[in-house]
Ligand binder design. Structure first.
Ligand SMILES: Cc1cc2nc3c(=O)[nH]c(=O)nc-3n(C[C@H](O)[C@H](O)[C@H](O)COP(=O)(O)O)c2cc1C
Length: 192
């Protein structure tokens, strides 16, 4: 299938970059076609401003938003790769969602409420964190990570089969442990 990979990390030597490389290589080995949108490299304008709102209202979307929507339409699968910063995605990714997932494109609202318009078969969300898993599970913070993007954005917009995987303590674990995480990434991408 066609898979759009949305990648949000500013450092080309980051662990997130290693995750991106493993995902892309594995998906291609499996026969999928991939497109990588590296939001920092693209210098994606990530602030939904009053002009965007006006354009959304008039149905006259900015060129960069139209390009992103074309890529989302091209794909049957979505992969999102990003670190957790203050319990959420980096602002550049949040802003990509704000500007690209417009009404009439990603969702619509009628008398029954909001319904999704995206038809993607599956999505994979890969996150890295500095915190430890035990604390995140005990405090039920893990749920806070999964629900906003997996359910509140992708699920709400109609994407089926959203898989979420968080990798904890990335800055403090050993090289071997990080390699094991990359192997797990490979397994997830193989099953995509
Ligand atoms: C601005 C900022 C905010 C962060 N917020 C969190 C957080 O809320 N929870 C957490 O566990 N780690 C947090 N971290 C740590 C990063 O998630 C962690 O360093 C990163 O995922 C490691 O992957 P990388 O080496 O690819 O950057 C934060 C880091 C930065 C720079």
């Amino acid at each position: 299938m066609n898979v759009l990979i949305i990648y949000a990390h500013p450092n080309p030597r980051s662990f997130n970059r290693a995750i991106l490389d493993r995902v892309d290589a594995t998906l291609r080995e499996q026969g999928h076609a991939t497109q990588i949108h590296d939001l920092y490299q693209m210098q994606f304008r990530c602030i939904l401003d009053s002009e965007d709102l006006l354009r959304n209202w008039r149905g006259n979307l900015a060129d960069d938003v139209q390009c992103e929507q074309a890529a989302v339409r091209w794909a049957q699968g979505l992969v999102l790769i990003y670190p957790i910063w203050w319990f959420g995605p980096p602002a550049i990714l949040k802003g990509w969602i704000d500007r690209v997932f417009t009404r009439k494109f990603a969702f619509d609202i009628d008398a029954h409420g909001m319904h999704g318009l995206l038809t993607h078969e599956r999505a994979l969300i890969l996150n890295t964190l500095g915190g430890d898993e035990a604390t995140y599970q005990r405090e039920r913070w893990h749920e806070l990570l999964v629900r906003p993007i997996a359910e509140g954005v992708l699920g709400a917009c109609g994407v089926r089969n959203v898989v979420h995987q968080a990798f904890y303590e990335v800055p403090s674990i050993s090289h071997a442990e990080r390699q094991a995480m990359l192997d797990q990434v490979g397994v997830l991408a193989t099953a995509f």
